[in-house]
Design a protein around this ligand. Structure first.
Ligand code: FNR
Length: 188
């Protein structure tokens, strides 16, 4: 079984990026599954708090889920043409302590998707993740892209995917990324 951990980078209860991951979990190819995670309960990074208490429980739990996964799928909102602070903060916490970067991130296959009511599909936020993924020594997947514009027209009020074209492109994206994850794991 190939396991992906999908992290939705929004705290909003009715987050479209979370809905996108929930839809993705139902469209995984055979022999693969997607676990959906959030960033709730993660405090602002504070080096003094880390020195005193180590990583918070919510961070430790997410780190354990990431360590158990074969690949990581980030579903990013875009704020002011960049990465939302809460999402970056969560990944910064995941990278602590520094000795854990090798265990959790180095060589790990990662893909980025995102959804917005706007017209640019989170392209700038997705690109803004690239230097972060490089700093963490991950193995980003570049062959597929999924930028969801006008997302409010593609999900219903309960957060269910209603758009057949998006269902197809999401499914194709997942098949491609799972193939990449399997190839990367076989080469390790
Ligand atoms: C936004 N939004 C937004 N959208 C976009 O496509 N490009 C942008 O630069 C911004 N900027 C931005 C700044 C701030 C401060 C907020 C609060 C919002 C809109 C954003 O895409 C929208 O709120 C999404 O619904 C956020 O994703 P979730 O929470 O639905 O997953």
């Amino acid at each position: 079984m190939t396991t992906l951990l999908g992290i939705a980078g929004s705290l909003r209860r009715r987050s479209y990026n979370r809905a996108l991951l929930e839809a993705a979990a139902t469209l995984m190819p055979d022999g693969a599954r997607l676990e959906v995670a959030g960033i709730d309960g993660i405090p602002l990074y504070d080096g003094d708090a880390e020195a005193a208490d180590g990583v918070p429980a919510a961070v430790a739990a997410l780190k354990a889920r990431l360590a158990a996964a074969d690949g990581l799928l980030l579903a990013t909102p875009e704020y002011n043409n960049g990465i939302p602070g809460a999402f970056k903060n969560a990944v910064d916490w995941l990278s602590r302590p520094p000795d854990d970067v090798a265990r959790l991130f180095a060589g790990r296959p990662v893909a980025v998707i995102g959804a917005t009511p706007g017209g640019m599909g989170t392209v700038l936020a997705q690109d803004a993740w690239l230097p972060v993924l490089r700093a963490l020594k991950t193995r980003p997947w570049y062959e597929g892209r999924l930028m969801v514009s006008g997302v409010q027209r593609r999900f219903d009020d309960e957060g269910r995917l209603t758009d057949d074209d998006l269902r197809e492109s999401l499914s194709r994206f997942l098949t491609g990324f799972v193939g990449f994850v399997r190839g990367a794991r076989a080469a390790d």
